[in-house]
Ligand binder design. Structure first.
Ligand code: SAH
Ligand code: SF4
Length: 385
């Protein structure tokens, strides 16, 4: 869909080396330019003071500059900030900053949500100055082509893919907007769009965000959420050696129910999706996150929970139950509290780690359901045999 040349913000250090060497620049300038953009978050060439003037002019001529402009920030009482960002062509996307919630167990839940099963470095952090860990939720497309009926992006349809510079740019901006004592800890690809439908840009943004010379996020703290594009799940696993944390939007345990909620299931039915999950080269002691949006009268029957328990048997997973966030364009809605609790109980009894994710940022005009990550109530965590 995008045939434009690679934007300067999307370039990796080795690509800067090639392009700058061909202009006769010295070898270390490539690293300097990448540092300015991705380590320091400076996108205006005029501000890159240690570069020669002719190089700064060249970078400006190549189009280096801001890729997104914050248009509005909605702040929720619980500290959640939802940012509306304008792209250069006028389209808008959203990204959300979610500071860790205070209270026992809450951080573990946010970390768990982002595929972080490793408690070692949490122990190492003990005694350090208290920091607020922030999870950022980012978008990969304007709208989405997958057409899930409970999702505002799906109902809107796909407007266009984002470039890697726009995906990584959200994190550059999010990081710049951190407040005193906050630290960007996790990035989740759970905003607008289907990341694996925009595979090239998503993969490039993952390389940019995890590059040691740049933002340097740990791969296991970056989670890609997908509705289940089977070939691209395999590709992601191969390209990143299984290091990127994976979240699967399952939302049903039988093909009929799933196809009704998620048209993509007709293309990649459950047996193919489950085979792709089994083949994902997951590192030891890591788990795949299963997202299950509970929609009243559609997929919330305890019998469906029993089917789900059976379907997932043997897979290293943790399950997040998300009562559907109502959207304007649909009459679908969340089940009542008791129904949610009953569904969770079946899965907990079956031995799964299963959390109910409550909406956060409710008071910030949360039109886009998937953009609200949730604080959770811990339930007994039992290791799967
Ligand atoms: N396209 C990807 C990632 C973006 S959607 C995917 O589907 O996984 C991120 C998550 O938000 C998905 O699990 C999606 O099912 C969920 N979601 C979308 N609309 C929602 C709504 N109205 N209420 C609750 N969850 C929703
Ligand atoms: Fe697209 Fe995900 Fe929304 Fe489905 S839930 S329409 S895949 S953004």
């Amino acid at each position: 869909m995008r045939s434009t040349p690679l934007h300067p913000v999307a370039r990796l250090p080795e690509e800067w080396s090639t392009s700058l060497a061909s202009r006769g620049e010295r070898a270390f300038t490539a690293k300097q330019v990448f540092h300015w953009i991705h380590r320091r978050g400076v996108l205006d060439p005029a501000a890159m003071t240690n570069l020669p003037a002719r190089l700064r002019e060249h970078l400006a001529a190549e189009g280096l500059g801001e890729v997104l402009t914050p248009e509005r920030v909605h702040r929720s009482e619980d500290g959640t900030r939802k940012l509306l960002l304008r792209l250069r062509d006028g389209a808008t996307i959203e990204t959300v900053l979610l500071p860790s919630v205070s209270g026992p167990g809450s951080q573990a839940q946010l970390d768990a949500d982002a595929g972080d099963d490793d408690e070692d470095d949490d122990a190492a952090d003990a005694g350090a100055a208290p920091r607020v860990r922030v999870t950022q939720c980012i978008s990969t497309q304007v709208g989405c082509a997958m057409g899930c009926g409970f999702c505002a992006s799906g109902v809107a349809g796909l407007k266009r893919h984002l470039g890697a510079e726009e995906i990584a740019g959200q994190v550059l901006l999010g990081r710049a907007m951190l407040e005193e004592g906050e630290e960007l800890r996790n990035v989740v690809y759970m905003g607008m769009g289907e990341p694996l439908h925009n595979y090239e840009a998503t993969a490039r943004s993952l390389r940019l965000l995890t590059h040691p010379e740049g933002i340097n996020l740990s791969t296991r703290r970056v989670t890609v959420s997908t509705s289940g594009l089977v070939p691209e799940i395999a590709r992601l696993g191969a390209d990143f050696g299984g290091q990127i944390a994976l979240a699967i939007s399952l939302h049903a345990a039988d093909d009929e129910t799933r196809s009704a909620l998620m048209p993509i299931n007709r293309k990649y039915p459950l047996d193919e999706l489950l085979a792709a999950l089994r083949a994902y080269p997951l590192p030891r002691r890591r788990r795949i996150t299963i997202e299950y949006t509970l929609v009243a009268g559609q997929n919330d029957d305890p019998a469906e929970a029993r089917r789900l328990a059976k379907l997932l048997r043997g897979l290293p997973v943790k399950i997040n139950l998300i009562p559907m966030n109502p959207i304007e364009a649909s009459s679908l809605g969340p089940p009542g509290h008791e129904r949610v609790a009953a569904f969770q109980e079946v899965l907990t009894q079956a031995g799964y780690s299963c959390f109910v994710r409550r909406r956060r940022g409710d008071d910030v005009s949360a039109a886009c359901g998937q953009l609200v990550l949730l604080g959770a109530t811990p339930k007994v965590r039992r290791a799967l045999g």
